[in-house]
Design a binder for this molecule. Structure first.
Ligand code: ZN
Length: 311
C-alpha cells in the first residue's frame, strides 16, 4: 500500500508576484475523499516553515493511505518569505505584511493579501485546520495553542506545554474559527541540534491527532500523548537594550520547567562586552515556552523568551 506522501495529488495556484517570475506557485497536496476534511498548513511565517513542513512529510511518509477522511497538506504557505528565511515576504515592501494577519485576504491587494485570498478557500473547505508555526531560524519553542472546542486536538499534538490562545486579528486560526472550524496552532521546534527530535515528536502528534479526528483509519490506535503541562497565559520577555545575547540555558531547556532565579542568559555591550542585562526565570516554576538557543546580536526590544507559570 502506498504511503500518504506517495498518494498526494498535487495542485497549484499561481499567485501574482514579482516581475521576473510573474507568478509564485502555491502548491498543495491532497489524499483521500469524504469524511472529515483536515488541512495541515506550514510556513505562513517564512522563517518558521521548513521544520513543520518536514514533520508533516515525516508523518505522511509513515502513514499508509488508510484514510477515512480527506487530508490536505500545504508545506510552504509563504514561499517568498521562506526563501529569505523571514517572517514576511519582501515583496510587499515598504510595508511588510504578515500573512497571518490579513485573513481572509484581498484578491486586489498586495502579494501577501492575494496569497491569503487564495489560501482562504482551502481553509474554509476544512473541518479541522492544524496551523504549524514553531520556532525557526532564531528561536526554538515547545507548546501548542489551544482554542475553545479543540482541547483534545491540542492535547493529542503532544507538545510539552499547552497555552490558551488569544484571538489574533486577521489570523488564519481566527478566520477558521469564525467559520466554525476546529483549529490548533503548533509552536514546536526550530533551528537547533535537536531539531529532528522535535520534528519526530510533531510527526507522532499529527498521526495521533488525525487518528482521533477520524481522518486516519489505522489498525492500531497510536500511543496516547504524554500529559502536557497546562500553562494558561504566557509572558513575553524582551531585551531592554540591544547587544550580544549569550544564552545560559541552551536548547535542551526548551520544554522544561526551571526554578525561580535560574539564569537564562545575558546581554553584553556590542562595543565593550560589558554585561548590560541578565535574564532570570521570573516565576517559582517557569515553563520555558520559547527561547533563543544560540549566541546572536539583537536589537533592544527583541523578543528573547516566552515563559509561563504552570497552572
Ligand atoms: Zn509564526
Amino acid at each position: 500500500m502506498k504511503t500518504i506522501f506517495e498518494a498526494l495529488a498535487w495542485k497549484e495556484i499561481r499567485v501574482t508576484a514579482h516581475a521576473a517570475a510573474q507568478y509564485i506557485p502555491l502548491k498543495y497536496g491532497e489524499a483521500g475523499t469524504g469524511g472529515t476534511r483536515a488541512t495541515l498548513i506550514a510556513g505562513t511565517h517564512g522563517d518558521e516553515g521548513p521544520w513543520s513542513a518536514l514533520a508533516i512529510k515525516l508523518f505522511c511518509q509513515r502513514a499508509a493511505t488508510q484514510l477515512s477522511g480527506r487530508l490536505r497538506v500545504i508545506f510552504t504557505a509563504n514561499a517568498l518569505a521562506a526563501e529569505v528565511e523571514r517572517r514576511n515576504s519582501w515583496i510587499d515592501s515598504p510595508n511588510a505584511v504578515d500573512l497571518d494577519g490579513v485573513f481572509p485576504g484581498n484578491e486586489g491587494g498586495s502579494h501577501t493579501e492575494r496569497l491569503a485570498a487564495h489560501l482562504a478557500p482551502l481553509i474554509a473547505d476544512s473541518d479541522v485546520v492544524i496551523d504549524l508555526h514553531g520556532g525557526g531560524t532564531w528561536c526554538i519553542n515547545a507548546f501548542v495553542k489551544r482554542f475553545e472546542g479543540s482541547e483534545q486536538l491540542a492535547a493529542d499534538l503532544g507538545a510539552p506545554f499547552i497555552s490558551n490562545a488569544p484571538n489574533k486579528r486577521g489570523g488564519l486560526t481566527t478566520y477558521a474559527r469564525s467559520l466554525g472550524i476546529k483549529v490548533a496552532n503548533v509552536e514546536v521546534g526550530g533551528r537547533s541540534g535537536r531539531e529532528m527530535y522535535w520534528t519526530e515528536r510533531n510527526a507522532l502528534g499529527l498521526e495521533r491527532a488525525l487518528y482521533n479526528l477520524g481522518v486516519l483509519s489505522l489498525g492500531e490506535p497510536p500511543a496516547p500523548a504524554e500529559p502536557a503541562v497546562d500553562v494558561g497565559s504566557t509572558q513575553a520577555i524582551r531585551a531592554k537594550v540591544g547587544g550580544i545575547f549569550v544564552p545560559t540555558l541552551r536548547e535542551d531547556a526548551v520544554g522544561t520547567i526551571v526554578p525561580a532565579g535560574t539564569e537564562m542568559g545575558k546581554i553584553l555591550d556590542l562595543h565593550t562586552l560589558e554585561e548590560l542585562e541578565v535574564f532570570t526565570a521570573p516565576f517559582e516554576r517557569s515553563a520555558m515556552m520559547l527561547m533563543r538557543p544560540q549566541i546572536c546580536t539583537i536589537e533592544g526590544s527583541a523578543l528573547v523568551y516566552v515563559v509561563a507559570q504552570p497552572a
